[in-house]
Write a protein that binds this ligand. Structure first.
Ligand SMILES: Nc1ncnc2c1ncn2[C@@H]1O[C@H](COP(=O)(O)OP(=O)(O)OP(=O)(O)O)[C@@H](O)[C@H]1O
Length: 237
């Protein structure tokens, strides 16, 4: 993906998004370094999904500039971004194995061995029909689909939605262990701040469509003297 030498995977300058009368993003300036796991946090409606969709190239900003790996986004970028949407588009009539084979067909970078490994880590039965999966199991299947690709940028929108708290910790460990240090950048939106906190290198707190705080997780914890979960309570009090 990198045609120019740059330390940043993502650079956003003055990015705004308006849906008819609703301003979802009101001017985002951000520089996200390559090789980090970034937590995208914020209350309902703060703009997390909108920002991720813009980065995935699914929607366009109303104004502002975006650079991904040093270049303005174009059609070729989409091939190098794995995006897990908040809503799933899985086919109920397929089995889990058929779903993964179907998704694999779209991507040259699909890693079948990794998908098989994740299937075991996520405790999913490949023979089960998607329509019979619980909400949490569907969420796991979506995660396998995103994490089995060998891409420099992974965008996960609420990946733990529907997954029970004890399984979340296990899944977070598998995301961290699958993370290709130095090569990949993961941006992950979540409301599960306490469970996710250990995996974040950097954290963005969004509020009403703008960045309220952005720093390394360590700097935030040391300047506030508390956990990210407690910072959340202070920021959105
Ligand atoms: N397609 C759309 N048309 C109109 N308004 C939209 C659309 N999508 C999002 N919005 C509005 O933009 C704002 C930001 O929404 P967004 O989904 O990005 O927030 P979010 O932080 O992801 O929320 P949540 O945590 O509830 O998923 C909200 O006020 C929402 O109602």
């Amino acid at each position: 993906m990198s045609t120019e030498v740059t330390e940043n995977m993502i650079e956003l300058s003055g990015v705004q998004k308006r849906y008819l009368l609703k301003a979802a993003l009101t001017g985002i300036d951000l520089q996200i370094k390559k090789g980090s796991i970034v937590g995208l946090l914020g209350p309902n409606g703060s703009g997390k999904s909108t920002l991720l969709k813009i980065l995935a190239g699914l929607i366009h900003p109303t104004s502002g500039a975006i650079r991904i790996a040093g270049r303005a986004p174009d059609a070729s970028h989409k091939k190098q971004i794995a995006y897990l949407p908040e809503i799933d588009h899985l086919y109920g009539w397929m089995t889990v194995d058929e779903t993964l084979r179907f998704i694999a067909g779209f991507y040259d970078d699909w890693q079948a061995d990794k998908a098989a490994e994740l299937l075991m880590t996520m405790d999913l039965d490949g023979r089960q029909k998607v329509r019979n999966l619980s909400k949490g199991m569907r969420a796991r299947l979506k995660l396998i689909a995103a994490l089995s690709r060998n891409v420099p940028l992974v965008l996960l929108d609420e990946p733990f939605s529907g997954i029970d708290p004890s399984s979340r910790a296990k899944i977070i460990r598998s995301i961290v262990s699958e993370f290709q240090t130095g090569e990949q950048t993961i941006i992950l939106s979540t409301h599960s701040v306490s469970e996710s906190e250990p995996m974040f290198d950097e954290v963005i707190f969004l509020h009403h469509g703008s960045v309220k705080l952005f720093d390394t997780a360590d700097n935030l914890r040391s300047s506030y003297g508390c956990s990210l979960e407690n910072i959340w309570e202070k920021v959105y009090a």
